[in-house]
Write a protein that binds this ligand. Sequence first.
Ligand code: ADP
Ligand code: MG
Length: 385
Amino acid sequence: MFSVDELKAKFRELYGREPFLVRAPGRVNLIGEHTDYNDGFIMPAALEYETRAAVAPRTDRILRVHSAKIGETAEFDLDDPAPQPRRDWTDYVFGVAVALAGAGKRLTGADILVASSVPVGSGLSSSAALEVSIGYGLLAAAGLPIDLVELAKLCQKAENEFVGMRCGIMDQFISCNGQHDHALMIDCRSLDKRPVPIDPRARLVIANSMVHHELASGEYNKRRASCEEAVRLLAPVLGPIRALRDVTPAALEANKALLSDVTYRRARHIVSENERVLEAADALAGGDLARCGALMNASHASMRDDYEISCEEVDVLVDIAQKLPGVFGSRMTGGGFGGCTVSLVEAGAADAFMEAVRVAYETATGLKSTIFACSPQQGVGPLEG
Ligand code: ADP
Ligand code: MG
């Protein structure tokens, strides 16, 4: 990761002047997977892994951005009347500029350098960290006020419309609104958020399976289509439902015959996951770590069997974790088909847990997992120093 001094030095080398600095975190989701685009409930926390942007305004209408990770510089004209996606990393950057401008923000040109410690494509949301750091940086460069809920929505719009990934609001919202030492239980319909403190008797441990299967974005959009189909087929009998958020487990069971087996199982994951998030937030807030862990285990089983978004390596990693001493629960986190797991572990057992997972996963798969215990951070803001 670039330190503040390294970031400034690299910026001077590239652009010959002084920047201001912004940071935006990646995230881990404790529970509530794929529920965000169903108007449901999620419980993410912002991570120490973050994207850092160095930014200086320009007097013209050009955006110039350099990614240290990619080792490339790209340019974009804010006055381009019909901006087109280039189908590469720059879409996450210029898509945000397009979304902000579309919302009436009068941006100025800027020189930008981004560096990131968020692993790419691991389910920890490097994409949202990039979008949010850029959005915050562009608004600050133009001297405009920053509303963190609006910023999250516009970054999501950029990913939906310019990148073409139909993600929900989770990643951008937590990168904007994360709270130190807390997870946030978020209602994705109202965007109300409830901070849930991480019990000091427990640690959140993230383990990377080190695999990422390429079907991720295509399958993601397909899952979303299945959820929409379930709503369309259930609406005639259930009345004015807008999303699977409005369907209870009992109503789904009673009307199972209206859905194909696959659509039913997709809907069952969402409907049951929403209930698990609500219960997990109460359990964590009330110090019932065992119950919270059991709900995380149930969430993994539902993602694996009903939503079918896990994969062999991740299942191996979760199986290893769930059997170790001091573990309350373990599940895949993020969009799926690889990426990371999150485990809730007794604080005193965390070091031994991480070592045991590392050894057992390598023995089982030949892959070396990177594993760390995280402590939740604040959302986007200026980077001091
Ligand atoms: P995730 O968000 O889980 O890490 P995604 O597939 O949603 O995975 O987003 C990853 C993509 O985001 C990368 O392929 C790249 O295009 C872009 N990206 C993320 N971080 C950076 C960065 N620091 N520089 C350039 N592109 C980045
Ligand atoms: Mg992403």
